[in-house]
Ligand binder design. Structure first.
Ligand SMILES: *Cc1c(COP(=O)(O)O)cnc(C)c1O
Length: 406
């Protein structure tokens, strides 16, 4: 099998040579002529039953060749048989809950916090007719009942970079399928399916697209599970637009290089932030104490490019002092982004639940981009140094590390 960088460049492009084209065609058709209506009907039936490809796409809600190329490429990178793309990461989460918990008649979900705020809210709201029990990663077995249709976890977790041992949770889940949100790690750093995850989910809006200009989601899994997800996608209409499929497929080609470069900068920035007098706790898997279970170098091949830190100043004031870093939600773009989870991405998670799972009110989340690391540091340092010590308000370095969890 080819190396990862080679697969990222060539995956899902097997048919291009025969088509005589270099770039993957962007097929915007909403409908496809079926001069033989009997054959067209058979294709429609096969697609409605969940096949990956039929003799005709028939209609764009059933199949799209541009999206299908992206799905093939992503499955290759995750080491799964197939993948199924959706119109957003949340549409993908919804489809997994529908396929695993609702369709199976097991409407109970066990979830490990913290999770992306939208996922947390979806599971807590009962909107899909499921009931959710939140459990610590080592207590998942206790939370499972005969009604449990799905276990959900995220690692590294959004927003505090907690690490979860996937195979340990899979072992506790037994026969219950486990969904791992792999958005932060990307397939470059982690392949949850190789640790027993049933569903590997990505918000493609983040690193896969990689340029902040496409919304999408994708789930990598076995062929059987993918067929059920496609059935859900066809009836709910949660399809990815072909332009989204095109952009995310293109994004995969540079994914390893982008993640590796941003990760290098994140390691350096995490180290410097941990020394900064205006900073409290820094969270990044590269830092001492961040990986008690020893997952880095095994399950997680690198610490990734998202970090988080607390400050003693109001997070909003720190963000206001930045000029280069983009103050915005989302992550995994070419530019460095910063946001205040308690105010934005995790606003809908009750504050008591946030603090119970290690998301302090004054935590800022940074998605490190591809700018020169010194420029990113200068911006952070300038904003933080506006609140420089000298007034005795800050603890000294020794007291700070002793008081921090890590
Ligand atoms: C953004 C995000 C999602 C949701 O994805 P959308 O594309 O915004 O719907 C899910 N999980 C994680 C970890 C995310 O960061």
């Amino acid at each position: 099998m080819a190396g990862f960088h080679t697969m990222a460049v060539h995956g899902g492009r097997d048919d291009l040579a025969a088509l005589g084209v270099h770039a993957a065609p962007l097929d915007l058709s909403t409908t496809y002529p079926v001069p033989d209506q009997v054959a067209g009907g058979e294709a429609l039936q096969a697609l409605a039953d969940g096949v990956a490809e039929a003799s005709s796409p028939v209609y764009a809600r059933l199949h799209n060749p541009t999206v299908a190329r992206f799905e093939k490429a992503l499955a290759l990178l995750e080491g799964t048989e197939q993948s199924v793309a959706f119109g957003s990461g949340m549409a993908a989460v919804t489809a997994v809950v529908q396929a695993a918990a609702v369709m199976s008649g097991k409407p109970h979900v066990v979830a490990v916090r913290p999770l992306y705020g939208g996922t947390d809210h979806l599971l807590s709201s009962g909107l899909l007719g499921v009931r959710t029990t939140y459990a610590a990663a080592d207590r998942v077995a206790d939370a499972i009942t005969p009604e449990t249709g799905l276990v959900v976890l995220e690692t590294p977790a959004n927003p505090n970079l907690d690490l979860v041992d996937i195979s340990a949770v899979v072992a506790q889940a037994g026969a219950v399928p486990v969904m791992v949100d792999n958005t932060f790690a990307t397939p470059v750093l982690q392949n949850p399916a190789s640790h027993g995850a049933t569903y590997v989910l990505h918000s493609g809006t983040k690193y896969l697209g990689g340029h902040g200009d496409v919304l999408g989601g994708v789930v990598a899994c076995s062929a059987d599970r993918a067929a059920a997800l496609r059935q859900v996608r066809i009836v709910t209409g949660a399809v990815l637009h072909p332009l989204g499929g095109y952009l995310m497929h293109r994004g995969l080609a540079t994914l390893p290089l982008r993640v590796e470069a941003a990760q290098r900068s994140a390691v350096e920035l995490a180290r410097r932030l941990a020394e900064h007098p205006a900073v409290g706790v820094v969270r990044h898997p590269s830092l001492p104490g961040a990986d008690p279970a020893g997952l880095l170098g095994g399950q997680l091949r690198g610490p990734g490019a998202v970090l988080a830190f607390t400050t003693r100043e109001a997070p909003a004031d720190v963000v206001r002092g930045l000029s280069l870093i983009t103050p915005a939600v989302s992550l995994g773009s070419v530019d460095t982004l910063i946001e205040h989870p308690a105010a934005l991405t995790h606003r809908l998670v009750p504050s008591a639940d946030r603090s119970a799972c290690g998301v302090p009110e004054n935590l800022l989340r940074v998605s490190v981009g591809l700018e020169d690391v010194e420029d990113i540091w200068d911006d952070l340092d300038r904003a933080l140094s506006a609140f420089a010590p000298g007034d005795g308000e800050y603890l000294d370095a020794g007291a700070r590390s002793a008081s921090s969890r890590w």
